[in-house]
Design a protein around this ligand. Sequence first.
Ligand code: ASP
Length: 318
Amino acid sequence: MPFTLVIHGGAGNITPAIMDSELERQYTQGLKDALDKGYDVLKGSGTALDAVVAAISVLEDNPLFNAGRGSVFTKKGINEMDAAIMDGSNLAAGAVAGVRHIKNPIALAREIMEHSGHVFLSGSGAAEFALNRGMEMTPDEYFFNQSRYDQWVEIRDTNFTQLDHKGDNLKGAVLPNPGHKFGTVGAVACDMMGNIAGGTSTGGMTNKRFGRIGDSPVIGSGTYANNATCAISCTGHGEYFLRAVVAHDISCLMEYRGLSLSDACNVVIKDKLVKMGGEGGLIAVDANNNFDFCFNSAGMYRGMRNSEGKELVAFYGA
Ligand code: ASP
């Protein structure tokens, strides 16, 4: 039976002009590591849900990406993370917002889905639940990264927030502290049983206000999955994705208007969102293993791997 995994590591101003070959290599490797992990789950007859958590956890552990370990700093100089997951086979969902010290927020989102009796927990309530469930916690130092910190110091005394996608020039940056990093992360998958799932994890926007929540953990905006239509994970300027209810809008276009997966993605990302002034993109899959990458920004870190032997990692626009 066929299966498909699609991932992203953030969309934005990603062009060859801001990269060099070493950075390209590192991003390629980071995406491949996540693809391999999720692919192995699917190949071993694992569920789409398991594959999504596996792939996202790898990206959360990689400081290149703005999620988990690599999360950006808020206006208060701390890291507050958001994540969500949804199971398209039964419309179960779990989400978490504004958490600190959680090593893998996507795992906490799944834990909330399966064990809290709720869909969405935030802040200290989410932290208490995580402790009770024995989730892995990490100290502030784990999330500290000089380049993220410098990025925040540049704008902390202003009222500006900064999308992590607004890369200036990454060239010559030496990892693990590259000058600027991109990357909310997400994964969508279709498993051998024909079930689909989607998940997203992020540190949000640099200098975001205390308590600000973006689209990523909001079911229907940044994350959605329904076997009848599609699984979606978004990345971009969350305020626009929230107002456009992007992920569920794509599902609705498929369900009510009969649009194909890629037509529905195009309508929302390249038409509706552009008219609103929203920048970003998404990954999508349906229960027939059709998949799509769609973005209106210069680029999007992205990759896919399926049972047909197709594998792809790309950054830039077509
Ligand atoms: N959508 C995320 C947010 O607004 C940011 C991103 O995709 O990088 O929090």
